[in-house]
Design a protein around this ligand. Structure first.
Ligand SMILES: Cc1ncc(C[n+]2csc(CCOP(=O)(O)OP(=O)(O)O)c2C)c(N)n1
Length: 548
């Protein structure tokens, strides 16, 4: 036999950068799991549950560009579905490999476990279809072709795909062959016209700036964005979800743009520009300061993955990479000094036995970050605070800014740590978020990974307290856990752990975490209402947040 179906698929996934597959096994997916474990070049990374495995694949894809998760039929795949939907919203090409009952079983409409007992076998694929950009049930005959189609779709849309393997299929010989599909090409005429139009629009603008966006990073085009920034001499600002698409430590960076919510100097400059170039941005509620951003479409140049718009004029079939490269080589350079200096979180307040207020906490966290760190922050008040921390050179900020599922960050940090074993991962999570997916801490310990974890314990769902009618309402209270004892219970015996309630204790724990050489896990206890500034501003902006 030349190659089995699953060997072929794993070989192709490896070619596009997937060296680790997260998952939970099951009998219908044994053949997939066996092949992964036996493949010398691809690692099986077991997870505590399928939701976590999906989030881990998402975290991995944020670092390496693509990721994969393997689950069993029905019970397993449905647990992953929320994570796959998150990957769809957040533009991450995650391959979901599902082991399903074998074809003879399906033909007999047998009442096998993990089915609904109605002889139907395609319901779960149909459930997955709205949250993936392509799906297929693999057979020996279609395997080569479908694998190429799914890879091409996932990379074109930067979204997840679903591949189901009936249990009798993975070990059969792959029948036939298929060539990898060419990446999309620009229409030469449209590309030339769009480039000319942008150069003309910028040439006629006294003031202009760039908003580099997440979709550029997702397409692996951050270097091309940087070349355009360098060549143009234009300043750039960043929206919340786009943080660290390009490095913040450079003169062209002017700070965070979050509509009327946060930095008034940045807002005033960006909105006064004669032209604003957005490169793969999404105008979501949290990116636009609860829809308080005001960008005039007539003065906006919008460069998307596969199209460009210059004011009212659309240029379809223009690839983002092509137009950025063209602009970098032709755009006249401006030499104006940056109009605004990026803000900072200010000096850290408090010392000794002082309680840990927001003014004490966020500047200390910002000061803890090192060049090259991977910061994974969960939805909640913590990410809203850290989103405005200046990031050291090469450090990256990761958050689910659109999907906003609490619990994402803990397993996503695991995925990121597997993807980048040479970099320090800093996980920051609220305790409510952590309670959802806490088990994955054990997988970090199991693999000897050394993240620094901060659990913000503010006695409840603080961001919800700030957004709902009655902050004290019962549904925002949580069971109180002894967080700092969790690593030990989860087998992370050599981790440095601490529970800090004062500024002095926090300072000591930060120093230890930085120097200890093992993983660290620090529970930070604050008042129930110690909220980061953006969280407070959202509380004050309920009207625009919910009436867009
Ligand atoms: C999966 C999921 N369930 C519910 C929510 C609604 N939600 C948004 S933020 C939040 C509370 C977060 O609390 P915590 O993690 O403790 O952080 P805090 O805001 O208290 O700092 C909840 C329940 C959500 N976003 N995702």
């Amino acid at each position: 036999m030349s190659q089995t179906v699953i060997e072929h698929v794993l070989g192709r996934l490896k070619n596009i950068g997937i060296l680790d597959i997260f998952g939970v096994p099951g009998d219908f997916s044994f053949a997939v799991g066996d092949a992964v474990v036996n493949c010398p070049e691809v690692n099986w990374i077991g997870c505590c549950n399928e939701l976590n495995a999906g989030y881990a694949a998402d975290g991995y894809a944020r670092i390496r560009g693509t990721g994969a998760v393997s689950t069993t039929y029905g019970v397993g795949e449905l647990s992953t579905l929320g994570a796959i939907a998150g990957a769809y919203a957040e533009h991450l090409p995650v391959f979901h490999l599902v082991g399903m009952p074998g074809r003879p079983t399906q033909e007999r409409r047998a009442l096998v476990h993990h089915t609904l007992g109605d002889g139907e076998f395609e319901f779960f694929r149909k459930m997955a279809d709205p949250v993936v950009c392509a799906s297929a049930i693999i057979t020996p005959q279609n395997a080569a072709y479908q694998t190429e189609r799914l890879i091409a779709e996932a990379l074109y849309h930067r979204r997840p795909v679903y591949m189901a393997f009936p249990a009798d299929v993975p070990d059969q010989e792959v029948l036939g062959s298929a060539q990898p599909l060419d990446p999309p090409r620009s229409d030469r005429t449209a590309l030339r016209s769009a480039t000319e139009a942008i150069i003309a629009a910028l040439g006629g603008a006294d003031t202009a700036c760039i908003l580099p966006g997440l979709l550029a990073k997702r397409a692996g085009l951050h270097e091309q964005v940087q070349s355009f920034i360098d060549a143009s001499g234009l300043p750039f600002a960043t929206m919340f979800g786009d943080k660290t698409v390009v490095d913040e430590q450079q003169p062209a960076y002017i700070g965070m743009y979050d509509g009327r919510l946060m930095d008034e100097d940045v807002r005033a400059f960006v909105e006064s520009c004669d032209q604003v170039v957005t490169i793969g941005t999404l105008m979501t509620d949290l990116n636009t300061g609860a829809f308080t951003a005001r960008l005039d479409p007539a003065k906006t140049i919008d460069i998307g993955h596969h199209h460009t718009r210059v004011g009212p004029r659309a240029y379809p079939d223009v690839e983002m990479g092509d137009i950025l490269t063209g602009l970098a080589s032709r755009i006249p350079r401006r030499n104006a000094p940056p109009p605004v200096k990026p803000g900072s979180l200010g000096p850290a307040a408090g010392s000794g036995s002082d309680p840990i207020t927001a003014e004490a906490l966020y500047p200390r966290w910002a000061g803890f970050l090192r060049p090259g760190d991977i910061l994974v922050a969960d939805t909640g008040t913590c990410s809203m605070g850290l989103g405005f921390a200046p990031m050291p050179k090469g450090a990256t900020f990761h958050n689910q800014t659109l999907w906003c599922a609490i619990g994402w960050a803990t397993p996503a940090a695991f995925g990121a740590a597997v993807a980048a074993p040479g970099q320090r991962v800093v996980l920051v999570t609220g305790e409510g978020a952590h309670q959802i997916t806490v088990q994955e801490i054990s997988q970090l310990g199991r693999r000897g990974l050394k993240p620094v974890t901060f659990v913000l314990n503010n006695a409840g769902y603080l961001i919800e307290r700030l957004l709902c009618k009655d902050p004290k309402i019962a549904y925002n209270d949580l069971a109180s856990w002894r967080y700092s004892e969790i690593p030990r219970a989860l087998g992370c015996d050599d981790w440095f752990t601490a529970r800090v309630t004062t500024c002095g204790e926090l300072d000591e724990a930060l120093t230890r975490a930085d120097q200890v050489g093992t993983a660290a896990y620090i529970e930070v206890v604050t008042d129930a209402y110690a909220a980061s500034p953006m969280a407070v501003k959202l509380h004050e902006s309920l009207k625009t947040l919910y009436t867009a």
